[in-house]
Design a protein. Structure first.
Length: 306
């Protein structure tokens, strides 16, 4: 535990360990991904995909290692027992910080299959990491605005097709499809601009989840609804590296897959889209209330020990 050191020094050590972990695992990852690229056969995929997932899980374990070394965090976690790494899951979470991803990976690594995130297309150009996300077949989404789509109607449906193709690949081997329904990190400015009806959340964007359920609904064992709360405020990434993330509260609910929402055309059927929106909004109301209760509980002073 290095948290007794000055914060900037802890941050430098954590950054160095994180980069070394990336530089160790990503070249190995890319080697096997290149083999799969030049030998695009189902039998080769079934052989190499487990190797890629094994590499990614060890990479995440390395991240957990330097986090344990540099952080002094109190983890309050419920709901992760009884999960199965050989099942398919659709995972949803609120989103406040880049740290959310490390929190999710740290807690769920090897408890469920590797989390596959929907990623903004621009991030494919991030040095090294963009190649790693490509090698692990994370779907890259463009998420065009409605104004852009009116000017370029040929781009409408591209993200849906990307999602569908990714999910077809994920059906071959146990996978956890990860979706931040808000589509972006929560900030008060975004909340105010949206005029969000939720106190602690942005408005949900249900299209990606609807497509994933439509493409793989018969595979998913459950929907894992994850709520992440930082009682001291969502940490910026540099503050996290400096060891300033003191408390994290995580609650995981395992929900049944809504059978009545597995079939239907979200893009073209208004009735189905409305039914799906109502289901998501109820999920979001429950999450918003849960965040409020968790924050309130975290603010209460602890009773002194008897």
């Amino acid at each position: 535990m290095l948290n007794f050191l000055p914060g900037p020094l802890v941050g430098l050590i954590a950054s160095l360990l994180m980069v070394l972990n990336v530089l160790f695992w990503v070249p190995v990852l890319l080697f096997f991904a290149a083999l799969k690229l030049v030998l695009p056969f189902k039998r080769v995929r079934l052989l190499i995909d487990p190797i890629l997932l094994w590499i990614a899980e060890r990479w995440i374990s390395g991240n957990s290692g330097w986090m344990n070394l540099t952080q002094r965090t109190t983890w309050d976690v419920q709901g992760i027992d009884g999960l199965n790494p050989r099942n398919w899951y659709l995972v949803n979470s609120n989103h406040q910080s880049w740290v959310d991803i490390l929190v999710l990976q740290h807690l769920l690594n090897r408890r469920i299959p590797l989390l596959k995130f929907f990623i903004k297309h621009e991030l494919i150009w991030v040095p090294i990491m963009g190649l790693a996300w490509w090698a692990l077949e994370f779907p890259f989404m463009r998420r065009h605005s409605e104004d852009y789509l009116k000017k370029h109607p040929e781009m409408r449906g591209k993200d849906q097709e990307t999602t569908r193709k990714a999910c077809e690949k994920y059906a071959l081997i146990p996978t956890s499809v990860m979706n931040f329904l808000e589509g972006t990190r929560f900030t008060q400015a975004k909340h105010d601009r949206q005029q969000s009806p939720y106190q602690h959340l942005l408005k949900p964007k249900a299209g990606g989840m609807a497509l994933a359920l439509n493409a793989m609904g018969d595979k998913f064992r459950a929907i894992l609804d994850v709520t992440i709360v930082y009682p001291d405020g969502a940490p910026a990434f540099w503050d996290f590296l400096k060891g300033k993330m003191h408390r994290v509260v995580v609650r995981v609910r395992s929900l049944p897959v809504p059978q009545h929402l597995l079939t239907g055309n979200y893009a073209e059927d208004p009735a189905f889209r409305e039914a799906f929106a109502q289901w998501v909004q109820q999920l979001w109301r429950e999450k918003d209330a849960q965040i409020g209760m968790l924050l309130e509980a975290a603010r209460k002073p602890r009773s002194p020990a008897a």
